[in-house]
Design a protein around this ligand. Structure first.
Ligand SMILES: NC(=O)c1ccc[n+]([C@@H]2O[C@H](COP(=O)([O-])OP(=O)(O)OC[C@H]3O[C@@H](n4cnc5c(N)ncnc54)[C@H](OP(=O)(O)O)[C@@H]3O)[C@@H](O)[C@H]2O)c1
Length: 206
């Protein structure tokens, strides 16, 4: 399941999983996706909407092998950035795990950013960096609980990627980043649980 799949990295993650033969559940704000495929199911989810989350959890009739929370924003009021980047991913993953929607031993990945690393932070990414740092902190607080719920969970920095958010001058194409993220997730082992990883499989300092 890819949460926040309308464009950019989220849509790229849908593509790389479909290409590899996966069945994919994708969520977008309006429930539509500019892509159709027999193995693709789309759902409506504004990540801040609690009722839509409840509906989504209830709708799933088979366990997921992998949950990727991708949705994120860089600009806007600070409160909204915190809601979307920090609170929503934790709440959504927690809801799916407690409802038993992940196959035991399945992977959970939340898109974070190197801008959320407290060590060596430039400080130039303001509210966005703060929101990802708070996400990383909350992830670490929950990770023992999520392990008990059967997940191998990580936070991932996808690299600097040419999307609406990353801009045209970014170093990676969407496909390069998404192939990298998928390979990292394909190779996850239980010992990786709780780590901050990069799109190319390195450990990122907190
Ligand atoms: N690009 C980079 O260089 C880079 C670097 C580090 C980390 N990241 C992280 O990677 C993730 C994806 O980034 P991106 O570059 O692909 O960004 P993007 O091109 O701006 O796309 C953001 C995605 O998040 C969705 N989204 C935002 N707010 C939402 C909400 N309230 N409810 C549901 N969906 C929502 C958007 O949906 P709509 O189309 O409906 O707006 C869109 O699908 C983000 O978490 C970002 O922080 C990106």
């Amino acid at each position: 399941m890819i949460i926040g799949a309308s464009r950019g990295i989220g849509l790229g993650l849908v593509e790389v999983h479909l290409d590899d033969g996966w069945g994919v559940h994708a969520t977008t704000r309006d429930g539509n996706l500019p892509r159709q495929h027999p193995e693709l199911t789309t759902h409506r989810l504004e990540v801040r909407d609690h009722d839509q989350l409840t509906t989504l959890v209830d709708q799933l009739d088979q366990p997921l092998d992998r949950i990727i929370h991708n949705a994120g924003i860089m600009r806007g009021p600070r409160a909204e950035i915190m809601e979307v980047n920090t609170e929503a991913p934790i709440r959504i993953v927690e809801a799916l795990l407690t409802a038993g929607r992940l196959t035991p031993g399945g992977a959970v990945a939340i898109m974070t950013s190197q801008a959320g690393a407290r060590r060596g932070r430039s400080g130039s990414l303001g509210d966005y960096g703060d929101s990802k740092a708070a996400l990383n902190d909350e992830f670490r607080r929950r990770s023992d609980h999520w392990r008990e719920l059967g997940a191998i969970a990580v936070v991932i920095h996808p690299g600097w990627v040419r999307t609406d958010m990353g801009g045209r001058g970014a170093s990676l194409s969407i496909e390069e980043s998404c192939q990298g993220v998928k390979t990292v997730l394909d190779r996850l082992i239980p010992e990786d649980h709780g780590k901050f990883l990069t799109w190319d499989g390195r450990i990122h300092p907190w």
